[in-house]
Ligand binder design. Structure first.
Ligand code: DLZ
Length: 157
């Protein structure tokens, strides 16, 4: 997770493999859209900067982070080398936050165990909107960019 001491500033992009021969699936939650749009942009920009072609980036939008699991399961049936699940869960006054975070992280973990295509976890789980902004293009970088790097590295395995 992006933080003051662990973010893109520490990564040498020249060491990341070329992505021009890879195909990517991105599944994006529309909940907290102002955050997920920035994560998506950071992700796509990084993939393209490493050579990925527009036609090889397949984007699927789902209503909320909980639906990322099903979206990624469908995406695993497509011709892609790696999938990135993008979402933003922000703690509210009820236990919904915990249920969504647990279900989404476990669901995506299960897809990595059962499927043949790696699924990268790019779901911000923040206490408040400020933390989400900091990690989606703000002072702690963009988790979407970091997830794109993880996706390229996994595609290259
Ligand atoms: C219902 C809900 C709530 C309260 N909060 C969030 C959130 O912070 N981030 C998010 O991605 N989705 C949230 N959702 C929606 C659920 O993920 C899901 O879309 C609905 O429960 C319908 O299954």
């Amino acid at each position: 997770m992006s933080s003051e001491f662990n973010n893109l500033n520490n990564i040498d992009l020249k060491k990341i493999p070329d992505a021009s021969n890879f195909k990517f699936g991105i599944v994006v939650s529309k909940w907290n859209r102002e955050i997920t749009d920035n994560l998506l942009k950071g992700c796509i920009d990084l993939l393209k900067s490493k050579g990925a072609l527009d036609i090889n980036i397949n984007i699927l939008k789902v209503p909320g982070s909980f639906e990322l699991i099903y979206g990624c399961k469908k995406m695993q049936q497509e011709d892609v080398n790696a999938i990135i699940a993008i979402g933003s869960v922000i703690r509210g006054e009820t236990k919904h936050f915990d249920f969504i975070c647990n279900a989404t992280s476990n669901g995506i973990k299960d897809l990595n165990l059962s499927g043949n295509i790696p699924v990268i976890f790019c779901v911000l789980t923040d206490e408040n909107m400020e933390q989400a902004i900091d990690r989606s293009g703000g002072k702690f970088g963009n988790k979407g960019t970091e997830s794109a790097i993880a996706a390229i590295e996994m595609a290259a395995i």
